[in-house]
Design a binder for this molecule. Structure first.
Ligand SMILES: CCCC(=O)SCCNC(=O)CCNC(=O)[C@H](O)C(C)(C)COP(=O)(O)OP(=O)(O)OC[C@H]1O[C@@H](n2cnc3c(N)ncnc32)[C@H](O)[C@@H]1OP(=O)(O)O
Ligand SMILES: Nc1ncnc2c1ncn2[C@@H]1O[C@H](COP(=O)(O)OP(=O)(O)OP(=O)(O)O)[C@@H](O)[C@H]1O
Ligand SMILES: O=C(O)CCC(=O)C(=O)O
Ligand SMILES: [Fe+2]
Ligand SMILES: [Mg+2]
Length: 334
């Protein structure tokens, strides 16, 4: 097992509580020397899986790519299930099948290929299997701790751009959608279902932005239209370095919910596929987003719930409470 050496936390300020937490840190199994403590780590928890270098990388950058984590066999299975969902051979309560706005608002008769994403598949065991894969969950635990809930599930099928650049996903922070905290105990696992690079719209991240605050999000002013609820960060420093994550089939990136990220347009003829799950520690607690920057997304979710299910008087947190599922450990608050 590797010894954890102290490292410098990014961002600087606001680390007092983190420090206090680590002053009472438990030594890692088998070792009692001070080298086993990680006094300045706050975005990762002590664990037996990540190397010091991997922990340090996530602490500083807010993401970590693990190569070849999901087998091609599993991915091929998820792809087949997705195709059956598109053909309406499979369905599940709460699952949302979404078309790209350019297709949804055109005269084009949509076939199965018109689907841009399937969301909330927590009741479809054939896809939810992804969220329970032991090799994913063991990494998730390094960020959330042992009580793990899946909160948000997506299979993204980024279509060939219809010419209006609507296949892009604007730069955003996932925490904008989440009425639960603390942010550091939330993590997304996102697995490439094929080779993904700049040509088909890979993930683009602004390393280190996870140390910042949740920012105001609105619809970007894009001429060609924007997909429903694809809010973007109103303003971020455009001079910040961006990293394009080229990934091979099965590679998985774990990232922090405050990390600013998006994805580019798909310039190829293929449908770029990725599957993802956002996890949170069940120790997280719900917050009231009234009076915060998240009020605008709550309003849209409430409107949609009314339109789709006829439900009134719900809060953003009620929607999340309904779709969260325990993956490991004990369900505590969420
Ligand atoms: C960490 C989380 C990050 C994220 O998840 S960000 C993205 C979150 N986005 C969502 O959750 C949206 C999920 N999608 C949906 O709820 C539905 O697909 C959506 C957009 C409401 C459409 O619902 P359906 O009833 O299935 O579709 P429909 O064909 O009957 O159309 C109803 C009205 O909606 C419009 N629509 C359909 N797809 C759209 C799209 N992609 N973007 C914008 N508008 C869209 C459609 O044109 C129609 O509008 P109208 O009523 O004719 O004015
Ligand atoms: N005009 C724009 N306004 C807002 N966001 C944009 C704009 N153009 C691109 N983006 C967003 O920036 C991110 C990455 O875009 P970027 O231009 O770096 O990559 P790309 O379009 O995939 O590839 P390339 O740079 O090779 O054209 C995506 O999230 C995309 O949605
Ligand atoms: O383009 C993608 O696959 C990522 C989309 C994304 O970041 C999101 O849905 O939150
Ligand atoms: Fe995102
Ligand atoms: Mg571009």
């Amino acid at each position: 097992m590797q010894a954890r050496s102290p490292t410098t936390a990014p961002g600087g300020g606001g680390r007092l509580s983190v420090l206090q937490r680590h002053l009472t840190a438990v030594p890692l199994s088998g070792q009692v020397s001070s080298a086993t403590y990680a006094p300045n780590f706050c975005y990762t928890l002590d664990n037996d899986l990540l190397t010091t270098e991997q922990r340090q990388f996530y602490e500083e950058n807010g993401f970590l790519v693990i190569k070849n984590l999901v087998s091609h066999k599993d991915i091929d299975k998820f792809r087949e299930v997705f195709e059956r969902v598109c053909k309406k051979e499979l369905t599940a309560p709460g699952m949302v099948v979404m078309r790209d706005v350019a297709i949804a608002k055109s005269e084009f008769v949509p076939d199965q290929k018109a689907i841009t994403k399937v969301q909330d598949f927590q009741e479809l065991p054939e896809l939810f299997e992804y969220c329970s894969l032991p090799q994913i969950v063991q990494y998730v635990k390094c960020f959330t701790g042992p009580n793990i809930m899946s909160m948000h599930t997506m299979l993204i099928n980024k279509p060939p751009d219809a010419g209006k650049k609507t296949s892009r996903h604007p730069m955003h922070q996932d925490l904008h959608y989440f009425p639960f905290r603390p942010a550091d105990r939330i993590v997304c696992a996102w697995t490439a279902m094929e080779r993904i690079d700049r040509s088909n719209g890979c993930l683009v991240v602004l390393p280190g932005t996870h140390t910042g605050e949740l920012k105001q999000h609105d619809y970007p002013e894009w001429e060609g239209g924007v997909n429903k609820m694809y809010h973007g960060v109103r303003d971020y420093d455009p001079s910040l370095p961006r990293v394009h994550l080229t990934m091979e089939k099965g590679d998985t990136v774990f990232f922090h919910p405050i990390l600013i990220h998006g994805s580019g347009m798909n310039r190829t003829a293929g449908f770029r596929k990725a599957i993802s799950c956002h996890y949170a520690s069940s120790d997280c607690y719900y917050i009231d987003v009234k009076g915060t920057t998240q009020e605008n997304i709550e309003k849209e979710v409430i409107e949609l719930a009314l339109k789709r299910y006829g439900v009134e008087e719900i809060l953003l947190k009620d929607a999340w409470m309904a779709k969260g599922r325990l993956v490991q450990g004990e369900r505590i608050n969420l």
